[in-house]
Every structure is written in C-alpha cells, then in structure tokens.
Design a protein around this ligand. Structure first.
Ligand code: UDP
Ligand code: MG
Length: 318
C-alpha cells in the first residue's frame, strides 16, 4: 500500500492540536487503500505542544514526530519535516485547521491521475483584514513581474506533493528559504483545487506585519536580482537629470550672470541624491547579507528527537 505522510509544522499549538487530530483522523480513517503517517514537526514550542503530540503518539501508531532544538520558523520546520518524510506523497497542513482536511481525498484523486503537486487555492480569506488582502495582492503582482516565475497566488503551503517534488525541494539547501517560490520553481505537473479558507480554530497567528515584510523581501531577493539592476537604472536616470540641470545652470549663468541664491535647490538635490544612495546601498546590502548567510553553510536545523512508527524513542544528534 502507498504511504501518505501528512506534515504538520506546529509552534505553540497546544489549543488546537486535539481538535486538529480529531478532524484529520476522521477524514483519513474513511480513506481506504492508503496508509497514513501523521508527522508533526514541533518547532521549538514553549507550551505543551510536544507533550500533546507525545500523548497522541501513544494512542495512535500513525503519529510520528520530529522535535527541533529550537524555534526555526515555519519554512525551516517544513524542510526538516520533508527530510524525514517516509511516504510516497506528502501533504503539508497547518496545525490551526485553516486548511480543511476534507480536501485530502480530492488531492489524492488528482495525485493518482498523475499530478505531482496538487495545491489548494483559497477562494476566500475569511478572518483576514482588508489591508492584509490588498497588500498581499500587490506583493504577488510585483513578485511575478520581477521573477517571471508563475508564483501561485492565494495559495498557502497546503498541498500534496509527490515523492519527486519532495526530492527536488530537499535538494535545494539554501538557508534563507522562500518555500512558496520554490514550489513554483521546481515545476512538475501542477493542479489547483479551490477551497474556502477558514479563520484559525483557536490560538493566534504568529505572523505580524514586520515578519510579513521580511518574508516579502525574502521572496524577492531569493528569486531575482532585478533590484540590483533597478539601482543601476535609477543611478543612470538621476545622472541624466543632473546633467541636463547642469547644462541649464551653466547657460543661465552665462546669460544672466551668477547669483548667490539657490540654497533650496542645492539642499533638495543633496537630500534627494543622498536618499537614493542609501536606498541603493540597502539593496546591495540585502544581497550581500544573503551571500554571507549562504556562505556559512550551516546546517539549517538540529533535531532534538525523532520518533516514527517503526522505531522507538531515539535521540539523533547529528
Ligand atoms: N509555525 C511554525 N513555526 C513558526 C510559526 C508558525 O511551525 O515559527 C506553524 C504554525 O504552528 C502553523 C503554521 O506554521 O501550523 C502556520 O502558522 P500561522 O497559523 O501562525 O500562520 P498563518 O496561518 O496566519 O499564515
Ligand atoms: Mg494559520
């Protein structure tokens, strides 16, 4: 029988975990012909998430868990999980029940039809503010235009991936991961299904605007060097303007003589150029920082404990 792993990154999810388990198992119990593995990645939770997972492990042999040594963030938690996936296919789901497990049978159906990446696209995003929706839309439009990769909009990490995709994804070991872009970047046969995204069942989101902005910069700088080009173009455009203005001043001085006035214009040009220079330095710095981070070649996470149905508690210190 084919084995399907359900990968659940969990960070401080003690409140929803029991509910999550109930709902997922009620769906997968009804699916015959497949074995399931529920792989929880505990991303350094500071509450009783790990204990709750261990309790589930005791009553259900399908539950496996991977306990990371600290909080590494969802992107890294997903990579860690993918490294340990046993199944022929993988379904990534959030622990907060925003991704309805009821879609799993449909995903499996398309997988059997030969699709490698069946992703769930949200029809609606309830529980999210107007500003969040609008900014996210603008960001995707920008990202798609800059990278020329067909990044999937309104799509989270909720998807079914064939073994081929998993292998492709774990072969990319960049330390600052933008998984959403990587999903599109690897290609393979993709199929979208539509669903209504619910609000969180309990607990609260770990994203704030600062983190989202960081993720946006991450997305752009890890997939394109267009901002670097933008810096050069901007520099060129401004030099051109400056040149024309210089011409104008010289002619004016020749015709009408020099006057001492001009403080406001000098000041505004100075400030403008200064701002542009800082912006360009910032863009350079963004890429330099990425080079710095990649060049350290650190392992991306450490495992505290891994336990799956085939093994007893074993401590991996790799
Ligand atoms: N998550 C994680 N590590 C983190 C933050 C979040 O593993 O540092 C998990 C979290 O437990 C949840 C999923 O990532 O299962 C999505 O998180 P959240 O619901 O906070 O994000 P949102 O749905 O608001 O995008
Ligand atoms: Mg959520």
């Amino acid at each position: 029988m084919k084995l399907i792993t359900i990968l659940v990154p969990a960070y401080n999810e003690e409140e929803v975990l029991p509910q999550f388990y109930e709902r997922v198992t009620s769906v997968i119990d009804a699916i015959e012909d497949y074995d399931f593995e529920l792989l929880f990645v505990n991303d350094g939770s500071s509450d009783t998430t790990l204990m709750k997972i261990k309790n589930l492990r005791e009553i259900d042999y399908r539950v496996s868990y991977l306990d990371l040594s600290r909080n590494f963030g969802k992107e890294t938690a997903m990579l860690a999980g993918m490294d340990f996936v046993e199944g022929d296919a993988l379904i990534i789901m959030d622990a907060d029940l925003q991704d309805p497990p009821e879609l799993i049978p449909e995903m499996i159906k398309y997988w059997e039809e030969g699709y490698d990446d069946v992703f769930a696209k949200r029809k609606s995003r309830s529980g999210e503010s107007w500003v969040k929706k609008k900014t996210s839309k603008m960001f995707y439009r920008l990202l798609k235009q800059l990278t020329r990769i067909p990044i999937q909009e309104d799509t989270g990490d909720f998807r079914l991936l064939d073994r081929r995709c998993i292998n492709a994804l774990i072969s990319m070991r960049e330390s600052q991961r933008y998984t959403k872009g990587l999903f599109s970047w690897i290609g393979f046969n993709k199929k979208e299904i539509l669903f209504d995204r619910d609000s969180r069942a309990a607990g609260e989101t770990k994203w704030n605007y600062f983190k989202l902005t960081e993720l946006a910069i991450e997305g752009i700088t890890s997939f394109t060097t267009v901002p670097l080009k933008f810096a050069s173009w901007l520099g060129m455009a401004i030099s051109m303007c400056a040149f024309i203005y210089m011409f104008f001043i010289v002619i004016k001085t020749l015709l009408f003589g020099a006057s001492v006035s001009g403080y406001p214009s000098i000041m505004s040009v100075l400030l403008f150029i200064g701002g542009i220079q800082l912006l360009c330095l910032g863009i350079l710095g963004e890429y330099l920082g990425r080079i710095f981070n990649e060049s350290k070649r650190r392992p991306q996470y450490f495992v505290n404990e891994y336990n799956n149905s085939k093994m007893q508690v074993e401590v991996l210190n790799e």
